[in-house]
Ligand binder design. Structure first.
Ligand code: DGL
Length: 268
């Protein structure tokens, strides 16, 4: 089956890398909306419009299932896409996000107090808090908007971004010393996990979505065998990985290879 991944930029490639490694038998199409990045400071309506364009592209490419790897788009548009867009356009296909799997993970890990690092839009949406409340789970969540990180990561400056993130975390720990977990609540921040674990590893646990989504997706795909039949595939050949970016820059090829762990895939 073809699985689509959607992110506002290149950051979600870390999710593609992890998912394609865990479920290599499927084909993947990645849509990075580099023309409209960052989403973190856009309005809800703008993000919905960009998300619809991404869904049109990915379903048009024959994806039976799309994972919105972007927290900001998951927070702002997932429900509306599921309730309005899918029934009207692709009733048999499915769209999943990354926030609910992350919350389920925290609940099963029995997390009591956590720091959420995310874009301003994700923080303002209150989506993490709402999903926790729906499940009646009493987690104390401190959500901090970290707007400076995405442009640094998109520019391939991971170590500067890690230093900046370190500052946000230290500040939160001063006022909330009982924090035990940090949610890297933006696809781009998965890129910072190693550096942050090195700095805070003996005190904090970092939840990184590239380590959460593959297993959740495996369970979901296993529970929905009908998705395999939704899009007729011409001559089920070898699994493919395709990247579609809405705008190109000369340094994207290098950054793409870096985020994919050195693996080059077909670029459109
Ligand atoms: N990748 C997006 C996320 O996960 C954020 C980046 C942006 O601001 O576009 O939230």
């Amino acid at each position: 089956m073809k699985i689509g991944l959607f992110d506002s930029g290149l950051g979600g490639l870390t999710i593609l890398r992890a998912v394609a490694k865990a479920l290599p038998e499927h084909s993947y199409v990645y849509y990075g909306d580099t023309a409209n990045l960052p989403y973190g400071d856009k309005t809800e309506d703008e993000i919905y419009r960009f998300s619809v364009a991404a869904m049109d592209y990915l379903f048009g490419e024959g994806c039976a299932l799309v994972v919105i790897a972007c927290n900001t788009a998951s927070a702002e548009t997932l429900r509306r896409l599921q309730d309005e867009y899918l029934p009207a356009h692709y009733p048999q296909r499915r769209i999943l996000g990354v926030i609910i799997p992350t919350i389920e993970n925290m609940i099963s890990d029995n997390v009591k107090e956590a720091l959420l690092l995310a874009t301003k839009r994700t923080v303002d949406s209150g989506k993490y808090e709402r999903e926790l409340a729906k499940r009646g789970y009493p987690l104390v969540l401190h959500a901090v908007a970290t707007p400076g990180l995405v442009p640094l990561i998109e520019a391939g400056q991971g170590s500067v971004a890690a230093e900046t993130a370190k500052g946000y975390i230290k500040e939160a720990l001063v006022t909330h010393p009982a924090i035990t977990h940090v949610i890297l609540g933006c696809t781009h921040y998965t890129e910072l996990k190693d550096a942050l674990r090195e700095l805070f590893g003996n005190r904090l646990t970092f939840l990184s979505q590239d380590e959460i989504i593959p297993e959740k997706l495996r369970v979901y795909v296993g529970a929905h065998p009908e998705l395999m039949e939704v899009v007729p595939e011409e001559g089920r050949g070898a699994a493919t990985r395709t990247i579609h970016l809405t705008a190109h820059r000369p340094d994207y090829d290098r950054i793409t290879a870096q985020l994919l762990g050195g693996v080059m895939v077909q670029d459109e």
